[in-house]
Design a protein around this ligand. Structure first.
Ligand SMILES: NC(=O)c1ccc[n+]([C@@H]2O[C@H](COP(=O)([O-])OP(=O)(O)OC[C@H]3O[C@@H](n4cnc5c(N)ncnc54)[C@H](OP(=O)(O)O)[C@@H]3O)[C@@H](O)[C@H]2O)c1
Length: 264
């Protein structure tokens, strides 16, 4: 039995991982800024990677850290400095495996956020902790959020990302299932990048999303690239965020939106 701390255990990926770890014999502890809800069936450690509060207590007795912390709106502080603090505290606590989640294509796509994600990986590597790093393509939950911000105008639905940008979306449940056996194996450094089961353009992604919400035959128009920024979107149009040689997962985008919105 391993003692595993899931940092970011309340987030999209972290909560999926916690759910699957609960079905194993491992001892699970979550790390979150929030206080423990009364209903949770796992050990809870409250703290913050920005201040370092609660970190030493959270790491006490832990052999494996599954790091799913992130905040794209505060990425330098959280993903770079916070992850550095977490990795260094893990060394002090005697953690044997620091499993860090990152994003596919971050060194190929010119975006400030992705530069921070590269620095986050460097912080893990330079901390001296024994690590694995898994870069993954965009999650279903991310595009679902982006599309929820879509505006309707007399011209049609204004896409938050260019219609020809490409994504290889993956479900967080599939990422968690992929991670599960790797967590308890020896640290391997950078792992092969991981992508979802299919490559889709934003136009198709949006039509499937709208159809699941009962909206058919809509007109889609490109708008300003405010969600990811124009330079990152250019990388997505070129497919620099894709991992065509490592397609994984059973849950498609259509499955995800039909499950969430309940229409076909
Ligand atoms: N979303 C994607 O498409 C995608 C794709 C590939 C890789 N990734 C990477 O995968 C990781 C997880 O992404 P996600 O989408 O699951 O993120 P998410 O849903 O936004 O969750 C982020 C988690 O980070 C925790 N967190 C944020 N700031 C914190 C702080 N100062 N101290 C402690 N915890 C903090 C939050 O916990 P509390 O709010 O409970 O404190 C939350 O559980 C990130 O590193 C992300 O860059 C994401």
């Amino acid at each position: 039995m391993a003692r595993i701390l899931v940092t970011g255990g309340t987030g999209a990926l972290g909560s999926a991982l916690v759910n699957q770890l609960r079905t194993t014999h491992h001892h699970i502890r979550l790390f979150s800024r929030k206080s423990s809800p009364t209903t949770i069936d796992a050990e809870w450690a409250q703290g913050d990677v920005l201040s370092g509060d609660g970190l030493a207590e959270a790491l006490n007795g832990i052999s494996i850290v599954a790091n799913c912390v992130g905040d794209a709106r505060n990425a330098y502080e959280t993903d770079v400095l916070g992850v550095k603090r977490l990795a260094e505290a893990s060394v002090k606590a005697g953690v044997q495996h620091f499993f860090h989640i990152s994003i596919a294509g971050i060194d190929l796509i010119d975006s400030e956020f992705y530069k921070y994600k590269v620095s986050a990986e460097a912080a893990v590597i330079n901390s001296g902790v024994a690590y694995s790093i898994l870069r993954v393509t965009q999650f279903h939950s991310l595009l679902d959020f982006a599309l929820s911000l879509m505006k309707t105008t007399p011209d049609g639905y204004v896409l938050p990302v260019a219609h020809d940008a490409q994504f290889q979306l993956i479900d967080t449940r599939d990422v968690a299932a992929y991670m599960l056996p790797l967590l308890t194996q020896a640290p391997t450094g950078r792992l092969p990048d991981l992508g979802g089961p299919e490559i889709l353009r934003v136009e198709e992604i949006t039509r499937t999303y709208l159809a699941a919400r009962g909206i058919m035959n809509s007109v889609l128009v490109d708008g300003p690239q405010v969600f990811f920024g124009p330079v990152a979107v250019n990388g997505f149009q070129q497919g620099l965020n894709l991992v065509p040689n490592n397609r994984y997962g059973k849950i498609t985008w259509a499955d995800f939106v039909h499950e969430k919105y309940g229409k076909h």
